[in-house]
Design a protein around this ligand. Structure first.
Ligand SMILES: Cc1cc2nc3c(=O)[nH]c(=O)nc-3n(C[C@H](O)[C@H](O)[C@H](O)COP(=O)(O)O)c2cc1C
Length: 344
């Protein structure tokens, strides 16, 4: 089983993570991780911080002579921007967890909430996801993503101008991204118990990305309006292809199990909560009306959210893969996988 924990504040010394359960003998180096970290920092609507920070992960353990050895993999990701101990604030930011977090953990300084709630932490999910991707790639499973909407249903060539307009007006934008898992074999996940359903596991992983407000599998929301005859994917068989579907409205998952088609996930990302033109709010200390605190912010996070979506989907698919085919070594997984494919 793959599991991981992350720690670190947005402007603390570093983010750190431990990944446990990665099979031995997977070739791995920082070069497998840093390109995805760079991708997370790109895209329309990113703020100033992305120009300051250039993420460079360091693998601290679990890898020797370029290969995993089965022991936990520790990763460190230093922050270049480190003002964790300065910069207190009390003006609540609508759309953030400032209020609920301060009440819950009995904090007066909202900095203590912002620092861990910040989406900076997702850099570590991307780093862990890159390892999961590397494992999956060894079995020809690839994960890609694309942004499908920014600021509503407008043409892609209009996105840039819309983001520039929002930036100029001190506003923000959301959108939709899609993640596609290609090459996943039939039979990952399970229908036998609710918490083993891969649809639920993937939806949770995507939903837990900051700012994601809705998740769809295949034609999820459209399904509600279609008759069964227009939604279900009919099954065919061919000597060379085996079983297949001509359509993929289910998004590659039926009964919480991969059905051999690409797994297609979509997530809706809300507009960034921190606006240059501050929202009306309340000062947590004085309880008087105040404008929300403004930290340097992105205008649109849909592009990085897509990269994070790839990562968290990769982690869950890799976990399902290890569950099905074993997790100690790459060779053991390969022989179990090959004999499964042979049986099919
Ligand atoms: C990659 C990424 C970058 C983000 N950057 C910002 C930001 O600069 N400013 C901001 O207010 N919210 C940003 N967010 C969103 C907040 O982290 C998120 O809305 C907030 O923590 C509240 O969580 P919730 O929206 O999931 O309820 C970002 C989200 C992602 C995925």
């Amino acid at each position: 089983m793959l599991r991981y924990l992350t720690a670190g504040e947005s402007h603390g010394k570093a983010l750190v993570a431990i990944l446990e359960g990665c099979p031995a003998n997977l070739p791995l180096s920082e070069d497998d991780i840093n390109p995805d970290l760079a991708r997370r920092q790109e895209g329309l609507g990113r703020g100033e911080r992305m120009k300051i920070e250039k993420d460079n992960a360091e693998i601290l353990s679990g890898v020797r002579e370029g290969k995993t050895i089965g022991s936990p993999i520790a990763i460190s990701l230093p922050n270049q921007s480190r003002n964790f101990f300065g910069n207190s604030f009390t003006k609540l930011r609508p759309g953030h967890v400032d209020l609920a977090g301060a009440e819950k953990y009995n904090q007066k300084d909202l900095r203590n909430i912002l620092e861990r709630a910040s989406a900076r932490e997702t850099a570590m999910r991307v780093a862990i996801g890159a390892i999961a991707k590397k494992l999956l790639a060894a079995f020809n499973i690839n994960i890609v993503s694309r942004v499908v909407q920014i600021g509503g249903e407008i043409k892609e060539k209009e996105w840039k101008a819309l983001v520039e307009k929002a930036t100029a007006e001190g506003d923000s934008l959301g959108g939709i991204f899609e993640v596609e898992i290609q090459g996943a074999p039939i039979g990952l996940g399970s229908y036998v118990h609710w918490d083993r359903r891969l649809d639920g596991i993937l939806a949770r992983a995507l939903m837990a990305i900051p700012a994601v407000k809705a998740v769809e599998i295949g034609q999820g929301f459209a399904a509600a309006a279609l008759p069964g005859s227009k939604f279900q994917d009919e099954i065919f068989h061919d000597q060379s292809k085996g079983f297949y579907h001509k359509t993929n409205r289910a998004g590659g998952l039926e009964g919480g199990v991969t059905n051999g088609e690409p797994v297609v996930l979509r997530a809706a990302v809300k507009p960034i909560a921190t606006l240059k033109k501050p929202l009306q709010s309340v000062d947590f200390a004085s309880k008087k009306a105040a404008e929300a605190f403004v930290e340097r912010a992105d205008v649109c996070a849909v592009f990085p959210a897509a990269v994070i979506g790839e990562a968290v989907a990769a982690i869950e698919i890799a976990n399902a893969f290890i569950e099905k085919f074993g997790g100690d070594t790459l060779e053991d997984i390969r022989s179990a996988y090959d004999s499964y494919l042979f049986r099919l």
